[in-house]
Design a protein around this ligand. Structure first.
Ligand code: BTN
Length: 248
C-alpha cells in the first residue's frame, strides 16, 4: 500500500482536515496527515484532545474500503495493536483498554478516534491517533484523566517522526492481514494485551451516564467485549467507555 504524508505546523484537527480534503488524496493508498499543533483536537465521545506543541503524535491515517466492508468496526482496535507491536519493540509494556486506548502503567498514553465518510462510492476511513510521546508532567497533570507519556515512563525523549513511520509500516501490514484473515486472526494477541482481564469493571455509554458492571471476561472473535454479569450471564459489548470501579 502506497503511503503518503502531509504535515501541518498548526491545524484545527488532522481528522477534520483529512475528512474535508480527502478528494485530493490517493484513494487507493494510505495518506497520513500530521500536525505539530492542533487547536481543536477531538477525542471519542466528543471530548477535547490536548496534545501540546510538537511533543506528541497527532496523526490521521486516511484510506478507503469497499462500502459494506465488515472490518470497519475493528480498524481502531487494529491500530491500537499495531502501536502495541511498535512500543514493545522499543521496550515498553503497553496494554489495551478495550476497545482501543493504550495504557502504560495503567495510565492512558494513546487514544484513537475512527470516523467514516462516503467518498467516490467507497467508505473513507479517518483513523485519528494521539499518542503522548514527549509530554512533560506539567501538561500531563492538566489532563482530566490519569495520563502518561513515553517520556514519563522511560525518562527519555523519543523521535516523533520515526515513531510515526514505524506505526504506519506496522499498520499497513496489519491492515492487509485484517482484509484477508479478519479480526479473528488478531484476537489472541489482542486479548493477551487486554487491560483489566478478569477484573470487575464498569462500562458507560457515550454520554457517560448509563453504565453496566461486570467482570472483563474475554474478547469475542469479532472484537467485541464479553462482560460477565453478576447474575452469571454474559453480555457482549460493541462500544462503551471502561472504568475500574470507583474511577470516573
Ligand atoms: C480518544 O478520545 O481517546 C481519541 C483521541 C484521538 C485524538 C487524535 S489526535 C489526531 C486526530 N485529530 C483529532 O482531532 N483527533 C485525533
Amino acid at each position: 500500500m502506497k503511503i503518503q504524508r502531509i504535515h501541518f505546523e498548526k491545524i484545527e484537527s488532522t481528522s477534520t482536515w483529512a475528512k474535508e480534503n480527502a478528494q485530493i488524496f490517493d484513494l487507493d493508498g494510505l495518506t497520513c496527515v500530521t500536525a505539530f499543533e492542533q487547536t481543536a483536537g477531538r477525542g471519542r465521545f466528543n471530548r477535547r484532545w490536548i496534545s501540546g506543541r510538537g511533543q506528541n503524535i497527532t496523526a490521521t491515517l486516511f484510506f478507503t474500503l469497499p462500502k459494506e466492508s465488515p472490518i470497519v468496526a475493528n480498524l481502531a482496535q487494529l491500530l491500537s495493536l499495531s502501536c502495541v507491536a511498535v512500543l514493545e519493540k522499543l521496550g515498553f509494556t503497553p496494554q489495551i483498554k478495550w476497545p482501543n486506548d493504550l495504557l502504560l502503567n495503567g495510565k492512558k498514553v494513546s487514544g484513537i478516534l475512527c470516523e467514516t465518510i462516503e467518498i467516490n462510492n467507497r467508505l473513507g476511513i479517518a483513523l485519528g491517533i494521539g499518542m503522548n510521546v514527549n509530554l512533560p508532567e506539567e501538561i500531563l497533570s492538566k489532563i482530566d484523566q490519569p495520563a502518561t507519556s513515553l517520556l514519563q515512563v522511560s525518562g527519555k525523549t523519543w523521535p516523533i517522526e520515526e515513531l510515526i513511520d514505524l506505526i504506519l509500516k506496522q499498520f499497513a501490514a496489519d491492515l492487509e492481514k485484517l482484509k484477508t484473515a479478519g479480526f479473528a486472526s488478531f484476537k489472541n494477541n489482542y486479548e493477551k494485551h487486554l487491560a483489566y482481564l478478569g477484573q470487575p469493571i464498569t462500562c458507560s455509554d457515550a454520554a457517560g451516564r448509563k453504565s453496566i458492571q461486570g467482570v472483563c471476561h474475554s474478547v469475542a472473535p469479532d472484537g467485541r467485549l464479553n462482560l460477565l454479569l453478576p447474575d452469571g450471564s454474559m453480555r457482549t459489548l460493541s462500544t462503551g467507555d471502561l472504568h475500574l470501579p470507583g474511577a470516573c
